[in-house]
Design a protein around this ligand. Structure first.
Ligand code: SF4
Length: 582
């Protein structure tokens, strides 16, 4: 009673509120990510008990509003309401000590810590990191390789968000992996579940002769903002943010919920309200799995404004996203429902300032993309400096290869490694005199620095080898197809082929020149791997959603089918005509 009276004069923090409400104190994290001394109570969980909460209260209030309207929260929302996923560290560690995997809705909640239980495919954890802008140190990659050997499957996957994943982690190794990545100065918090995923940027930031502005520092700023704003861990669904500098290698900003695309205002177009310089166009609502690109809002932001505006957008989404139907819980559906005018007005209220609207004809937008610049040796902005894009067949490296690449980066570069959204990595800052030595060292570890036009544009999600949603073994099928096409054709233009295992569209099949989405196809008494095939997708200046041309094709027939499409293209195309235009 004394404690309650004493506290009555205070607003309550997370742990304090738990103590007062009689619930066990889960984390003692005053000063850490879980700290809060600002919030009063008000909400109740499904059993009518008071929910103690911190800055993430806005998510609980959004749930309250759904319940007050007499609607039902979806199961994932109920799970988050019963147990705050950010407070599950102790539970995850003791589960690892007991050599157990999570069950029921805890499988979903563990993803907030980057731990994905991927049964039945592997009955193991997959652990996903967050590496803002894809920039990491060689010592981190070498350390991860050691961790993969000790506690995971002995290999590392590169994702389409310029990020890394470890697989085949047994239950009793979860603790070792979570400790290990922190000791390498890496983090997995919020890399799965209903969170802002790894923030991406133009991977040649600072070394690209053609870029308008450096974007990796902005991805880092966004990353640290997220980690220190607990309320943005209360989203209705996952969320993607990308910064694009208008340089050689696309960051695929138009496929993100928020895309920041660099554009210039020249002296000629400047006036008293708009100074010349480089800005970011704000685009919103990209989700290619739902056949939508991020659309231009007409808002122009300085680099200094971008992160805070993104924070305001995230809070508006937390408050107003759909919490009843997972299929409608992405930002696109708030935008479709409200329209841009209403959405931007609400964002301005949250941000506390008016957003700068600038007509497109005042902007100089650039298209410097080179679709094969992520592979091979290329010169940098700096004199006598080159970067090399190392090729990985569908984004996988063994731990030995990872250690070799880290050694190359240390010996011939400046110790930097840059991951790309094209499922490969770049080693920058190599002197001209060292190029031959680096080529030899890359080849010595069984990798390549050059790729055919098919392999350079080959993207595949995890598939049935490690994902329970997959309808086919996408990575293996992608390699079979690429090898078949390479044996028949030498292309002078890149053709992107994207293999995705299900409607979640992790490999973004709708933006490939050729996109394949897995399905099961009846063959006699069996169900076998097959795909629906879409053609004519693209991004950036060639933006387009692929159209479905073939349905339910058995994989065995696909190499011949696609080879005949490409043969037809090569025979009948006009000069310089791309596959999409054909
Ligand atoms: Fe898994 Fe589907 Fe994503 Fe492929 S697209 S990794 S099958 S969720």
């Amino acid at each position: 009673e004394e404690q309650k009276q004493y506290l009555a004069g205070f607003t309550m923090g997370h742990d304090v509120a738990r103590a007062v409400s009689g619930l066990p104190v889960v984390s003692g994290s005053v000063g850490g990510l879980g700290s809060s001394l600002t919030i009063g109570g008000g909400a109740a969980n499904l059993d009518g008990q008071a929910i103690p909460y911190g800055p993430e209260r806005i998510a609980y209030e959004a749930q309250d509003a759904v319940i007050a309207e007499g609607k039902k929260l979806c199961n994932e929302e109920k799970a988050k309401r019963e147990k705050n996923p950010l407070d599950m560290w102790d539970e995850i560690i003791s589960r690892s000590d007991a050599n157990e995997f999570p069950k029921g809705t805890d499988v979903f909640l563990h993803k907030f810590h980057g731990m994905f239980h991927v049964a039945p495919n592997q009955n193991a954890y997959m652990m996903r990191l967050r590496i803002p802008g894809g920039l990491m140190h060689a010592w981190q990659l070498a350390g991860l390789a050691d961790l993969a050997d000790k506690s995971a499957g002995g290999y590392i996957d590169i994702t389409t968000r310029a990020n890394l994943q470890l697989r085949e982690i047994q239950a009793d190794q979860a603790r070792s992996v979570l400790y290990g990545i922190r000791e390498l100065d890496l983090i997995s918090l919020g890399s799965g579940g209903d969170n802002v995923r790894n923030c991406t940027a133009s991977c040649l930031s600072g070394i690209d002769p053609d870029e308008l502005i450096e974007t990796i520092p902005l991805a880092k700023r966004m990353h640290h903002y997220i980690l220190n704003h607990r309320e943005v861990f209360g989203l209705p669904r996952k969320f993607n943010i990308a910064f694009d500098a208008g340089g050689r290698i696309a960051s695929l900003d138009d496929t993100n919920d928020i895309g920041f695309r660099a554009a210039r205002v020249t002296e000629e177009n400047a006036d008293t309200d708009l100074s010349s310089g480089v800005y970011f166009q704000l685009t919103l609502g990209g989700i290619t799995g739902h056949k939508d690109f991020a659309r231009d809002t007409g808002v122009l932001l300085t680099a200094d404004e971008a992160v805070e505006v993104a924070g305001a957008i995230l809070r508006v989404f937390v408050k107003n996203g759909d919490r009843t139907d997972r299929k409608k819980a992405r930002l696109k559906y708030v935008l479709d429902d409200w329209g841009f005018d209403k959405f931007l007005t609400v964002v301005e209220e949250e941000y506390g300032r008016t957003l700068r609207r600038v007509p497109k004809d005042k902007l100089t937008c650039v298209d410097n993309e080179d679709r094969v610049a992520h592979v091979g040796f290329h010169s940098q902005r700096q004199t006598d400096c080159h970067y090399v894009g190392v090729v990985f067949p569908v984004g996988r490296m063994t731990s030995d290869q990872a250690r070799h690449l880290a050694a190359i980066a240390n010996e011939f570069g400046n110790g930097e490694i840059r991951l790309t959204v094209w499922q490969n990595l770049i080693i920058p800052n190599i002197a001209s005199a060292d190029i031959d030595a680096v080529k030899a060292r890359i080849e010595a570890c069984g990798l390549d620095w050059q790729a055919t036009a098919f392999q350079a544009g080959l993207v595949a999600c995890t598939g049935s080898a490690g994902c329970k949603f997959a309808g086919a073994d996408t990575k293996a099928n992608a390699m079979v197809l690429a090898r078949h096409l390479e044996s028949l054709f030498e292309l002078d233009v890149p053709i992107n082929i994207h293999f995705t295992g299900c409607h979640h569209s992790c490999a973004q099949h709708y933006i490939g020149d050729i996109g394949l989405i897995a399905c099961k196809v009846e063959q006699g008494d069996d169900m076998v791997d097959g795909y629906h095939i879409v053609l004519g997708g693209g991004w950036g200046a060639r933006q387009g959603i692929g159209r479905e041309i073939f349905q339910s094709v058995v994989f065995d027939e696909i190499p011949m089918l696609i080879a005949s499409l490409i043969a037809h293209y090569l025979e009948d195309r006009k000069a310089q005509e791309s596959f999409v235009d054909f």
